[in-house]
Design a protein around this ligand. Structure first.
Ligand code: PXL
Length: 262
């Protein structure tokens, strides 16, 4: 008998396959895990952008999570797109009944192409009700700015924003530097009570970037499911994403931003 590491992703469907639950499941599978899914929203999109989207009702999101956790040996959970304050609250409520499963919160507030998924009222509920339950939260610069009100330009700003997010009660914060300037991508991990750790890597020149945040947070969740520390899981997940972005530079899928991981 054997049981693969089981990860539950609570995220939106991307019909184009690049981001969301499709990216998460592909990542978890590629790393030898088994993906369970709770779909939070359905988007009609391709590599060029989002044509339409609808939220799944909070009670149906909660029912999917409860059904999975009632049976499967989920060893880590990640959240992505959460479509509104009521959805965030519903997720937080079910997850509070399972306090020992590591939780990675990828605060997907909107799409790069400009669709807003979680309005400010939802961000407030995320900070107040879901982050206290989170092992790790993984905002990029614009998301960290929206969540803290801190304007980010320098490394000191990043560390300041991370401290603010820690104050909401999560165990650790990873502020991703992909939106920052320069040829080096610098991600800052702060685990509560420890000094900031900076992960640095050359920026990869590719148009296939859709779903990078999804791949990273799903890979971190998978590594946490395998028992890694937050720092080890983050380092391993970054290397996995970097390898995927590098390997995908010559991939052509669609006319727009192709998938970060194929
Ligand atoms: O990459 C953020 C993201 C996550 N989940 C879904 C998305 C997007 C961006 O478009 O559509 C479903």
């Amino acid at each position: 008998m054997k049981t693969p590491p089981c990860v539950l992703t609570i995220a939106g469907s991307d019909s184009g396959g690049g981001a969301g639950v499709q990216a998460d499941a592909r990542t978890i599978q590629a790393l030898g895990g088994f993906a369970c899914t709770a779909i939070t929203a359905v988007t009609a999109q391709n590599t060029r952008g989002i044509a339409a989207w609808r939220p799944v009702s909070p009670d149906l999101i909660a029912a999917q999570i409860a059904a999975v956790l009632d049976d499967l040996p989920v060893a880590a959970i990640k959240t992505g797109l959460l479509p509104g304050a009521a959805a965030v609250r519903a997720v937080a409520t079910v997850l509070d009944a399972h306090p020992h499963i590591p939780l990675v919160v990828d605060p997907v507030l909107g799409s790069t192409s400009g669709t807003r998924f979680l309005p400010p009222a939802g961000v407030r509920v995320l900070l107040k009700e879901l982050l206290p339950r989170a092992t790790l939260v993984t905002p990029n610069w614009p998301e960290a700015e929206a969540m803290t009100g801190v304007r980010i330009r320098t490394s000191a700003d990043v560390e300041g924003a991370a401290q603010r997010l820690l104050a909401s009660g999560c165990r650790a914060v990873l502020i991703k530097g992909g939106h920052g300037p320069g040829r080096i991508c610098r991600d800052c991990l702060v685990v509560a009570g420890k000094k900031p750790v900076w992960f640095e890597s050359p920026r990869i020149k590719t148009r296939n970037t859709h779903g990078t945040g999804c791949v990273l947070s799903a890979a971190i969740a998978l590594r946490l499911a395998r028992g890694d520390s937050i720092k080890a899981a983050t380092g391993a997940a970054r290397l996995f994403l970097i390898a995927g972005l590098g390997a995908g530079r010559r991939t052509v899928l669609g006319a727009g931003a192709g998938p970060a991981l194929v």
